[in-house]
Design a protein around this ligand. Structure first.
Ligand SMILES: Cc1ncc(COP(=O)(O)O)c(C=O)c1O
Ligand SMILES: N[C@@H](CCCC[NH3+])C(=O)O
Length: 427
């Protein structure tokens, strides 16, 4: 369920017509719904009721401060993959004790920042990383709370770029290696073994791969218990898919209940790292039509949003529904077109071979399901300032991040006289 619905033919974000938001904030524009974000988080949280659990929202999906602060107020934890994400979570009022730090490569300064902030746990993805974290913690006179991210070698049947739980992927350690590393970590005074984590991929549309992964993780937990290594939590990662077109992923409630059942006998805390399922359908990208260009037999609808604003179609050939924000024009002919941006790459498209009523210059189009990995993956390519983001709440909206200005684009590019100069040390 999301709160982007048509009323009298006009698309609304909650009670606000999207056209009004575009007039007020300009395009391209990301619009998020507070009601949808809240509802999604609560549904997942409640589906695990009765189980000691923590929902750690995966910040990478949408790291807007207003979104993070909304989740923080709901009591959410956070899954981060960089020092920058930790900084954002803290700025947004997130509790460091509910933060899990994932990722295959953490710099020493990022590990130190996490340890001094008091994060809940660092998910460790290799033997050298475990050794390095131990060194940093020892230097700081601290014990680092760690979990190993196990790669359970199950096929999540998703796009290869976002599959992470196969042995050929760079993520995590095998179950066998985990056994060896837990034994090492348990002996290391600079490390405190807290739990185990796994994350098998993203946009997964059946429960089965999650359950297979959990079964493997639980068998590891049992074996370690026999060796006297008790794990206090199991983190099942994120990855639950959403409907972009005709996918039929399990409802978050069904997914939550399945996880709860699979882990009902586990005596400890269960953690989740959902990203897309919480924010994906809570956001849209609004863009204005610049031209309708006919070229031979092809029709290109040229809009003011581009691959720098939403890279998913170019990058994964991902499908996003696109529809007019206003009431459909009665006399408009149906066309098959490519919806493209102004960037000089042929891969700059938001949709290809898409059937829609022929728009005219100035019309607003809404790209659906853009709340996850939308703005978060945007860039300044072609020196395009990044779009504004607004958070709608009932019949109002507030700016969650202002549109970048041209000045923002060159900020940090120091003019020559003050430029920091690097000198090679004298030999
Ligand atoms: C370690 C980790 N946790 C959580 C997530 C969130 O995934 P999703 O947005 O598919 O829920 C990801 C991204 O796939 C991830 O790499
Ligand atoms: N960026 C991907 C998801 C990656 C998940 C991160 N581990 C997407 O847009 O679908």
């Amino acid at each position: 369920m999301n709160h982007f619905q048509r009323k009298r033919g006009v698309l609304h974000a909650e009670a606000v017509p999207v056209e009004e938001l575009a007039r007020a904030y300009g395009t391209p524009l990301y619009v998020y719904s507070t009601a949808t974000l809240t509802r999604h988080w609560k549904v997942l949280h409640r589906s695990l009721a009765g189980l000691d659990h923590l929902v750690c929202y995966a910040v990478k999906a949408n790291s807007n401060l207003a979104v993070l602060s909304l989740f923080a107020r709901l009591g959410s934890g956070f899954d981060i993959v960089s020092g920058g994400e930790l900084y954002r979570v803290l700025k947004a009022g997130g509790h460091p004790g509910k933060v899990v730090f994932s990722g295959v490569g953490k710099r020493d300064d990022e590990v130190a920042f996490a340890l001094e902030s008091g994060v809940k746990v660092l998910n460790v993805e290799s033997a050298p990383e475990l050794a390095r974290i131990s060194i940093v913690a020892r230097r700081m006179g601290l014990r680092a709370p760690v979990a190993l991210r196990v790669n359970p070698d199950v096929d999540p049947k998703t796009h290869p770029y976002i599959s992470t739980g196969l042995s050929e992927n760079k993520f995590g350690v095998s179950v066998d290696e985990a056994r060896r590393l837990y034994a090492l970590a348990a002996q290391d005074p600079a490390l405190e073994v807290r739990g185990v984590a796994c994350h098998i991929g993203s946009q997964i549309t059946t429960v089965r791969p999650f359950l297979d992964a959990i079964a493997r993780v639980l068998s590891l937990v049992k074996d370690l218990g026999k060796q006297g290594i008790r794990l206090g939590h199991v983190d099942v990662g994120g990855g639950l898919g959403i409907t972009y077109a005709d996918e039929e992923p399990p409802h978050p409630d069904e997914y939550g209940r399945a996880i709860k059942k699979a882990l009902s006998r586990f005596d400890g805390e269960v953690m989740l790292e959902p990203g897309r399922v919480l924010v994906g359908n809570a956001g849209v990208l609004v863009t204005r039509v610049l031209h309708v260009k006919e070229s031979g037999r092809k029709v290109f609808v040229v809009v003011d949003a581009a691959m720098n604003d939403l890279v998913r179609p170019s990058y994964y050939d991902a499908h996003h529904e696109i529809e007019p924000a206003g009431a459909p024009r009665k006399d408009a002919e149906e066309i098959v077109c490519d919806v493209v941006g102004p960037i000089c790459e042929s891969s700059d498209f938001l949709a290809r071979k898409r059937r829609m009523p022929r728009p005219v210059r100035g019309d607003l189009l809404v790209v659906r399901s853009a709340g996850a990995y939308g703005f978060a993956m945007s860039s300044n390519y072609n020196s395009r300032p990044r779009a504004a983001e607004v958070l709608v709440d009932g019949d109002g909206a507030r700016l969650a991040r202002r549109r970048e200005t041209y000045a923002d684009l060159v900020r940090g590019e120091t003019p020559e006289p003050e430029a920091e100069r690097f000198r090679t040390p004298r030999r």
